[in-house]
Design a protein around this ligand. Structure first.
Ligand code: HSE
Length: 327
């Protein structure tokens, strides 16, 4: 889809086809120790956008499925249509091109799985494709970040970057955006459990402290550096001991029912690490091989069930592809 990374001029003659369906994956932001700077994509769940080119200019949301009526159909308020409209304006095509969107959510909203990011990325990739791929993935990224800002009030990129690029990404800097793709060790797997309570990212961000002791900061940046080194070496022990969060987890864990019991269960099973996925309440067990992640999610789900808490679980390797065209 993006063989050529050069920006191409866009005109209506570049339009590829009438309609396209794009899937974009869920993501585990923070990768436990890297608040706002690390994240990875998973194979499932993810969201789908069907985008159709129509003669009436403008961007409209035609339907949303799977959101239990929680997302706005108003094109200016919906992050998918709003970010696609920004893209059209950037290309100076807003008075020329009409795009209509059917959004299918395959994952819960406010779950810590990058739900808004997956939808935004799918929408922007679909629009870019229908326009003849004028922008490279790197060039689409600022529009994805704007979508995220609309969704939760903060333009953090640690969900949209892996959703768009696939794999594991590092946001080296935000001004300007500097995104580094990191190696994905072959056997790295993630078991995610979503306890069905709602934790909006906006709230989860307001809770965390704005100042941290230097000692804790040093421990955390040691962990981030250790994790990156571990990824380059495929050193699973180093990866495991680096994925510890001393800054954010102690505060956010309060919002997540049974967090420390779930952590104990995952550690008993022998995963590399366990922590909060994004801003929660989903939790993630990261393991070497899919089996330990599967065992951890099974046992955690059983435990939540005995506590009367419904949950969803997903087990996946790290997704290297990012968004894909479905037809
Ligand atoms: N880095 C963001 C946070 C991710 O932790 O608030 C939100 O999913």
């Amino acid at each position: 889809m993006y063989e050529n990374n050069e920006t191409k001029p866009v005109g209506t003659e570049d339009l590829k086809q009438h309609a396209v369906r794009v899937f974009a994956p869920a993501t585990v932001a923070n990768m436990i120790c890297g608040f706002d700077v690390l994240g990875f994509a998973v194979d499932r769940p993810g969201d789908e956008v069907l985008m159709e080119r129509v003669s009436r200019p403008g961007v409209r949301i035609r339907s949303i499925v799977g959101d239990q009526g929680r997302l706005p159909l108003d094109a200016e308020k919906n992050t998918v249509s709003a970010s696609v409209a920004l893209l059209l304006r950037h290309l100076n095509l807003q008075d020329e091109i009409g795009l209509e969107i059917d959004l299918t959510k395959h994952m819960p909203i406010g779950s810590g799985l990058g739900s808004s990011s997956a939808s935004t990325v799918a929408g922007l990739v679909a629009a870019n494709y229908l326009l003849g791929d004028p922008l490279s993935k790197q060039e689409l990224m600022p529009f994805c970040v704007e979508g995220e800002r609309l969704a939760c009030g903060f333009g953090h990129a640690d969900n949209v970057a892996p959703a768009l690029m696939g794999g594991i990404t590092l946001i080296r800097g935000y001004e300007p955006l500097d995104i580094i793709e990191l190696p994905v060790p072959e056997e790295l797997a993630a078991g995610i459990v979503f306890p069905q309570v709602d934790v909006p990212t906006r709230d989860a961000r307001q809770l965390i402290r704005q100042h941290v002791p230097l000692k804790d900061a040093a421990q955390q940046w040691g962990n981030i550096a250790g994790l990156v080194a571990g990824l380059y070496r495929s050193d699973y022990d180093l990866i495991g001991r680096s994925m510890q969060d001393v800054l954010i987890e102690p505060t956010r864990a309060i919002l997540i029912p049974e967090f420390y019991e779930m952590k104990r269960i995952a550690q008993d099973v022998g995963v590399l690490s366990f922590g909060i996925s994004g801003s929660g309440p989903s939790v993630v067990a990261i393991s070497k091989g899919i089996e330990a992640a599967t065992r951890a999610t099974d046992r955690i789900q059983e435990h939540l069930f005995t506590c009367g808490i419904d949950s969803l679980k997903y087990v996946s390797r790290v997704n290297r592809k990012g968004p894909i065209l479905l037809e």
